[in-house]
Design a protein around this ligand. Structure first.
Ligand code: G3I
Length: 305
């Protein structure tokens, strides 16, 4: 096959990208999206501050624009994200425990109901663990007021809201085996043992020179898969250029292909100019939508030409 999406499909995987609604009107952006990708994650449009800026008043306009574009082109969607400490409106942080619990569950219920049947996988909870060696939970309104049980509660609420979507826990710096990924691993193991509904773990995979593709990346994906969940590479980008960047992308693709339960790969944007990293060139397409060496390497690793 000659595109990322078709080549991945031949391997039983999807190949996705983050999409921003405000770029869909740019013809090169839309045509690259439509040609190359089979999965879409709204980059910001489904986050709490975007859809529920004030309590129980929902605005799905920008997210719906992305959903209808994707559906019109036969692409699937990852929902990102329901419960996260960042891009959280101030009114949520100001609530007491009882109100916060009902606001969290209402948010999950309303957003998932709006998109019921349209989402392949939801990032139900995003980035709930700290970096570093502690393996502890990150401080957030949810953690601080509801305690450790908030994650389990969010997943149970999500399953009831749309039983057709895969429910994922998503995080960064969990790509190799380390204290943070060990803590997530222990949580997922506990959830599986107790029957808490979780279907997948997302590995964001934001890599740079300080945080390169770990040598045990594949082993880490595999140990999660062995717990009985799917694994997905959810926000891939790799700082750098040329053949070094291409080689790092190849490692990531090979790791996913080697793990049966790795469903697919999503890169966090299309051309470098729209990356969340304000400087640098971490993506597969240059600013004119030219295919970079990293693109060619990914296509080849997927078995395409
Ligand atoms: O929407 C406002 C706009 O109204 C305002 O005028 C403008 C001025 O600053 O800001 C706009 O919001 C920005 C938003 O992106 C939409 O463009 C925010 O400032 C900016 O902080 C926000 O950045 C996003 C970031 O998440 C926020 O945490 C990035 O685009 C997005 O790529 C990034 O994605 C995250 C994943 O969700 C989770 N994992 C890490 C990943 C990278 O940080």
């Amino acid at each position: 096959a000659t595109t990322l999406g078709a080549s991945a499909a031949a391997k039983g995987r999807y190949f996705g990208t983050a999409v921003a609604a405000n770029h869909l009107g740019e013809s090169a952006y839309a045509s690259t999206l439509d040609t190359e990708f089979t999965m879409v994650t709204p980059e910001n449009e489904m986050k709490w501050d975007a859809v529920e800026a004030s309590r129980n008043s929902f605005n799905f306009g920008s997210a719906d624009q992305i959903v209808s574009h994707a559906q019109g082109k036969g692409m699937k969607l990852r929902g990102h994200t329901l419960v996260w400490h960042s891009q959280l409106p101030g009114w949520v942080s100001g609530l007491g425990a009882t109100d916060l619990r009902s606001a969290m569950n209402n948010h999950i219920n309303q957003v998932m109901a709006h998109y019921k049947g349209k989402i392949y996988a939801w990032d139900v909870v995003n980035e709930a663990f700290q970096d570093g060696s502690s393996g502890a939970r990150r401080s957030s309104p949810f953690q601080d007021k509801l305690g450790n049980g908030f994650i389990e509660e969010a997943f149970r609420t999500a399953r009831a809201a749309d039983s057709g979507a895969k429910l994922c826990y998503n995080d960064y710096n969990t790509d190799g085996q380390n204290a943070k990924s060990n803590a997530v691993y222990a949580m997922v193991k506990d959830f599986k043992q107790r029957g808490v509904p979780i279907d997948c773990v997302g590995f964001q995979s934001h890599f740079n020179s300080n945080s390169p593709v770990p040598s045990d990346y594949q082993a880490n994906l595999q140990r999660f898969a062995d717990l009985g969940v799917d694994v997905q590479i959810t926000e891939l980008d790799i700082e750098g250029s040329g053949s070094a960047q291409a080689a790092s992308y190849t490692k990531v693709v090979n790791a996913c292909l080697a793990v049966t339960r790795c469903n697919g790969i999503t890169v966090w944007g299309i051309p470098d100019k729209y990356s969340w990293r304000s400087s640098g060139t971490p993506l597969l397409f240059d600013d004119n939508y030219g295919k970079k060496p990293a693109y060619t390497a990914v296509l080849a690793a997927l078995g395409g030409t």
